[in-house]
Design a protein around this ligand. Sequence first.
Ligand SMILES: Nc1ncnc2c1ncn2[C@@H]1O[C@H](COP(=O)(O)OP(=O)(O)OP(=O)(O)O)[C@@H](O)[C@H]1O
Ligand SMILES: [Mg+2]
Length: 267
Amino acid sequence: MGAGAQKAKSRELLSLLKPSKEPGIEIKQKRAMILGVFSCKGGVGKTTTLANVSLSMSQLSKGNVLAIDANLSAPNLGLHFGELDPKLTIHDALAGEVPVEKVILDYHGLDVILGSIAYGEEVHLVDLKGLLDPLRSKYKVILIDSAPGIGSEVIAAMKTCDEIIIVTNPEIPTVASTLKTFRAAERYKVPILGVVVNKVRNEPFELPIKDVKKALGWPIISVIPEDIKVREATAAGIPVVSYDPKSPAAVEFRKLGEFLAKHVAKS
Ligand SMILES: Nc1ncnc2c1ncn2[C@@H]1O[C@H](COP(=O)(O)OP(=O)(O)OP(=O)(O)O)[C@@H](O)[C@H]1O
Ligand SMILES: [Mg+2]
């Protein structure tokens, strides 16, 4: 075959390799499940739960997990990872200054998007769902930490989630205010995966777990003891599952991570 004929043959082959313009079958890449951690009441342990569960899930699935601080008005997920003043944050991405892919940081194999502690401006309604959309094909699961209360930033975060976990403590006022979070989830039709009862001390004044379940009417997926090691770990900026893996709270956080990893794999 001459050089000219050879070129013509190559062109013909290349044209066959071009993508067809005919409508074909769209193969959708699996998209990450977005799981959020919520509670109306502050200080119940949302961020602690999110940090420990995300790290456990990432260790189980060798990466593929992204943890995001969507507590935009008072972010502090970074503190749990020893990152006091992250250079790139979710606030930069939301302001459109940096593409969202560029604000992802690595914490021992877990991808994290943190918030800016220095961010002092009022938080306006944000399109969190739109912001995270390009990341959904890159992960198995995206975990979102949220602010307390039931304001617009909490609702924006909630509507972004495929399912949510509600954290509470076994005390009557906390359980009572947790009901507001359930109502919001029902109003916005966001499925609830279950309840984490954290900081359990088994004191006589606490609500027994069966009563927490009865009051809330949802499955309790984890019971985490009050554990001094969690406070030490928070102060050290290391999730307790790494700081003291054998401590009672670390054992329960890891079990919750395993439960969620199985749940994500099934869905
Ligand atoms: N199981 C636990 N045992 C002991 N201390 C805990 C436990 N869980 C969380 N804490 C501590 O409680 C404090 C509040 O936890 P955390 O910041 O996770 O709560 P939060 O619900 O995210 O608060 P906020 O509503 O302000 O975001 C932290 O100092 C943390 O170390
Ligand atoms: Mg928090």
